[in-house]
Design a protein around this ligand. Structure first.
Ligand code: SF4
Length: 181
């Protein structure tokens, strides 16, 4: 692990691990109550459906194959990079945990994102920049019309995530929990 993250203030990954610890604490404290909240459950399910749709599109358009080409170069030349994990905040990591996904946090490949595993990104609920970055090679490979489809699917996924986060944020505040803000 390098000594500083992209903002030069702390070891890369430290903020991500702190956010993950907070997400775990939230899940432990409120998981059953949140699961029983009908609006939360509906919005989480809709968010997951949108994630599955955009993942399915990425797979069917062979975009994942294109990304795997880069990820395999020299043991990791993907567009993911060390420090990107620190963008992740407690609610977004809580979404991953709530969907049964355990973010990778073992040894990172040099220069790579902590959450990038051997099978690619180990998260299902991802930050906007992770979802919205499409490299020029991918554009060239898929073409304008397909890229437009993908961008729209990503937009729907992000909007569904935003609605879920708003709902959970309101719920937490109503229950006196502000430590995640
Ligand atoms: S897509 Fe996943 S592995 Fe890549 S930078 Fe984002 S969180 Fe990290």
């Amino acid at each position: 692990m390098s000594e500083r993250n992209i903002s030069g203030t702390a070891p890369a990954g430290a903020a991500a691990l702190a956010a993950l610890a907070k997400a775990r604490a939230l899940l432990e404290a409120y998981g059953p109550q949140l699961a029983a909240d009908a609006e939360q459950a509906r919005l989480l399910s809709e968010y997951f459906q949108e994630i599955l749709r955009s993942h399915g599109l990425m797979r069917s358009k062979l975009a994942f194959d294109a990304c795997a080409v880069c990820a395999g170069q020299g043991g990791g030349a993907s567009c993911c990079f060390e420090g990107a994990e620190d963008w992740y905040y407690p609610l977004l990591l809580l979404a991953n945990l709530s969907l049964g996904v355990e973010p990778p946090q073992g040894e990172r490949r040099p220069g790579d994102c902590l959450f990038n595993g051997t099978q690619g990104c180990g998260l299902v609920a991802r930050y906007g920049i992770c979802l919205n970055f499409f490299c020029p090679e991918l554009f060239a490979r898929l073409g304008e019309a397909e890229m437009l489809c993908l961008s729209r699917a990503v937009g729907r996924e992000l909007e569904a995530g935003r609605l879920w986060e708003e709902c959970v944020g309101r719920w937490l505040i109503a229950h006196g929990e502000r430590g995640w803000i």
